[in-house]
Write a protein that binds this ligand. Structure first.
Ligand code: CAO
Length: 416
């Protein structure tokens, strides 16, 4: 079976997390991803958060699988020549430098198009056009400016960032989708185009339901928020909702047996209306089924926190997996809070390739997250990340046709 993106060549100028997430996805599907890095240092993440001395960090390796690495200083004369030839030979250029950096290298979009009209030029910036377009942005800035932080956390606490890297990895995912869409469009038009994703926009897209709630506020209180049941008035903006469910079926995180010592002895429990009767039977409150104060979703809205307190009295008597084992056969949606340790040891995730063990020449074996997107006809495997400049000579020879002398000259100039 062939890989879905075989034959697509990506000139990967990305660094840190957002851009590399995108190009790693494309590489998993078989694109030839050529990662361009500065000679000597490379992607800054190679040396950040190191756990093994002198070996590429997990930060780098876990975001750069299935790629080839070429070193290139695009600010030298022969570096610019090589870069121009690579643009000629590649289908997609991806970058997430600070605003204007590619232009300052001497390769604005007009020039890229001139060199290769079929080129798709994809970039990530912190913000789109507007007051902040020139600003550098990292993950938590995107979470703060995209609406996530103001709506995450507890009502009586400060805005909170989430551990899921929705600013970086979330934006990378959006960009990968944009690139594949532009490749599809090029099939008919024969032309490349620009693909741009701003981190603020990507986070806001993921926070879509919170903008929904902002508008609903104009028509009255958000009755499914716990705050409503607690009699706390709503302000002007979508509030932080703790562990409330973001949809129409109330949910909350509840303590399970062992919570006093185990920080992850909790379960997320949803009181789905369709199985309310089953929930009442399970937690020992069969009388709630007929009680007009509890029998319908509307009647329950002002009692949600109290209902979850009662359910928690039951969950506290059981381990989180026991809650799951009893609730699932009754069709009650719930999920244990799984730690990173539990996820890394879960056999079913290993079996599907979602968690993969990789061997690396300088750091040895480590775990990574494999491709979460499974295609039935196009396999996707995980190949270790490249060492800095591991494929420089190979790429200069096979992709742009350089000979040994030209490579030596470029090396003498410090271009590679
Ligand atoms: N050869 C020559 N120069 C190179 C080079 C190469 N191969 N690769 C990078 N450079 C240069 C750039 O041209 C730039 O030079 P100028 O400032 O003179 O134009 C310089 O290296 C620094 O690039 P940068 O400004 O992008 O890097 P930084 O570390 O200062 O900032 C970041 C990092 C992430 C804040 C910034 O790149 C950014 O805002 N990116 C867009 C948003 C983004 O993706 N953020 C996510 C970060 S976490 O995933």
């Amino acid at each position: 079976m062939g890989k879905a993106l075989e034959g697509v060549r990506i000139l990967d100028m990305t660094h840190v997390q957002s851009g590399p997430t995108c190009t790693q996805l494309l590489a998993w599907f078989g694109a030839d991803v050529i990662k361009v890095e500065r000679p000597g240092s490379g992607d800054a993440t190679r040396g950040q958060l190191r756990d093994v001395p002198d070996a590429d960090s997990l930060y780098f390796t876990m975001l750069n699988h299935n790629k080839r690495s070429v070193t290139l200083n695009t600010k030298t004369e022969s570096g610019k020549q090589i870069f121009a030839k690579l643009i000629e030979e590649c289908d997609v250029l991806v970058e997430n430098f600070a605003p204007g950096a590619i232009d300052r290298m001497g390769f604005p979009w007009e020039k890229i198009q001139e060199i290769n009209p079929r080129m798709i030029y994809a970039s990530i910036k912190g913000f789109g056009p507007g007051p902040y377009e020139d600003c550098k942005v990292y993950e938590n800035i995107a979470q703060s400016t995209g609406g996530s932080a103001s709506t995450t956390g507890f009502l009586d606490g400060p805005p909170t960032v989430t551990g899921a890297q929705i600013g970086d990895s979330g934006t990378g995912l959006h960009l990968a989708f944009g690139i594949v869409t532009a490749l599809f469009h090029r099939e008919q038009s024969g032309k490349g185009q620009r693909v741009e994703v701003a981190m603020q926009d990507a986070v806001l897209n993921l926070c879509r339901v919170k903008l929904r709630d902002q508008q609903r506020l104009e028509h009255g209180p958000l009755t499914e928020y716990s705050q409503f049941g607690q009699g706390i008035e709503f302000g002007e903006a979508t509030p932080r909702a703790g562990n409330d469910s973001g949809g129409g079926q109330p949910g909350w995180i509840l303590k399970c047996k062992g919570w006093e010592t185990d920080p992850n002895a909790y379960v997320y429990f949803i009181t789905q209306a369709a199985v309310w009767g089953n929930i009442c039977d399970l937690i020992g409150k069969p009388e709630w089924k007929e009680d007009p104060d509890y029998a319908t979703p509307n009647a329950r809205l002002d009692k949600i926190p109290q209902i979850f307190d009662t359910i928690e009295e039951w969950t506290k008597t059981l381990g989180k997996f026991e809650v799951m084992a009893q609730a699932n056969p009754l069709n009650i949606p719930c999920g244990p809070i799984l730690s990173m340790k539990e996820l890394s040891e879960e056999p079913s995730l290993r079996a599907t390739g979602t968690v993969v063990e990789v061997d690396h020449p300088t750091r040895g074996k480590y775990l990574t997250v494999g491709n979460p997107v499974k295609l039935s006809e196009s396999p996707s495997d995980v190949v270790r990340s490249p060492l800095l400049g591991e494929h420089t000579d190979e790429i200069l020879k096979s992709v742009i046709g350089y000979g040994d002398e030209e490579i030596a000259a470029a090396r003498d100039e410090g271009a590679i």
